[in-house]
Design a protein around this ligand. Sequence first.
Ligand code: SAH
Ligand code: SF4
Length: 391
Amino acid sequence: MDPVAPIIPDMLTVPRKAVDGLPNLVGMSREAMRDALIGVGTAEKQAKMRVGQIWQWIYHWGVRDFDQMTNLSKDYRAMLKEQFVVAVPEVVTRQVSDDGTRKYLVRIAGGHEVEVVYIPETDRGTLCISSQVGCTLTCSFCHTGTQKLVRNLTSAEIIGQVLVARDDLGEWPEHGTRTDGPRLLSNIVLMGMGEPLYNFENVRDAMKIAMDPDGIQLSRRRITLSTSGVVPEIARTAQEIGCQLAISFHATTDEVRDKLVPINKRWPIADLLDALRAYPKVSNSERITFEYVMLDGVNDSDADAHRLMKLIDGIPAKINLIPFNEWPGAPYKRSSNNRIRAFADIVHKAGYSSPVRKPRGEDIMAACGQLKSETERGRKSRAQIKAETGT
Ligand code: SAH
Ligand code: SF4
């Protein structure tokens, strides 16, 4: 298949019906849940209130069992139990790194597995979630890119990653109390496996649930969607999700970017920058993050740094330098610390914030771009990777 061919989300997404045949209330938008409740006989004038009640049980209290939804009548609960499930992905393994990073392997319908990573920091905690099993794109430095796309995740599977992480962190308010302390899971980044903008609707629905003020309640400023540059979907992201945007930029010429991020052949740097300039939410307080993976001798020269500054001129931006995380068979090496520092210096002197992303959870292969589920491993050979990257 053409590596940058768009995929048709609906063909790849399993229907909302869960494995056991009953529809899953998790992942439904409020409107969809309302329709579903009316569909099983809830009176239209009561439906909105019922959605509000069920929503709070699932997303505020973390309840999965209809029997615990005590403000609903026994009969109504019995009916819900017959018609629906409240299902989240199954956690298969949980690893904790020396630095506190947690990596979960979760199993979804069809037996596929995806990885979810929780990164604690002093004043916050970030959950890195996946949007697809594998990826259709073939970025040559990315471990996920060596794995073929298996399918898009449903909105239930996307928000379900947040729910299971909160389970593990014990971060549900106890029934009857409201907690106002700092959140353990305070931020979400769509930087796990997959290209979120090739699964737009499901990512949007799941993030709307995460932002809903009656449930998980994360501000749109605490959600960052990272894309390799699916230009036509960028404006839609601003309009329909309104979250922070990160771009996997990684190169300063089309020639190099074509190799590193092959989607560049379809939407080259100039088109991408046009889309970013137009990103309507952009303001000084809402800078676009430019992710830039530091690859030894490939994209890390002083000339690259200067070119990068010229390219992004006028865009409120933050540059996130990511030391390359190696994986078995990877065709690149991480730039030296000195090189990364010199590059960061140029960026900094040009007036941009340029944090170097500290690799977290490396000992459990949880760092950026290292994710790849065991079940899907080994689809492409080293020779194939070599042939594709021309290295
Ligand atoms: N598909 C999306 C989001 C997932 S990747 C995207 O490409 O943006 C999240 C980030 O990790 C991207 O910036 C990606 O380029 C980067 N990344 C991938 N592999 C990496 C590796 N081996 N080392 C460091 N960063 C990597
Ligand atoms: Fe897919 Fe992102 Fe990896 Fe590229 S970097 S292969 S878009 S997950």
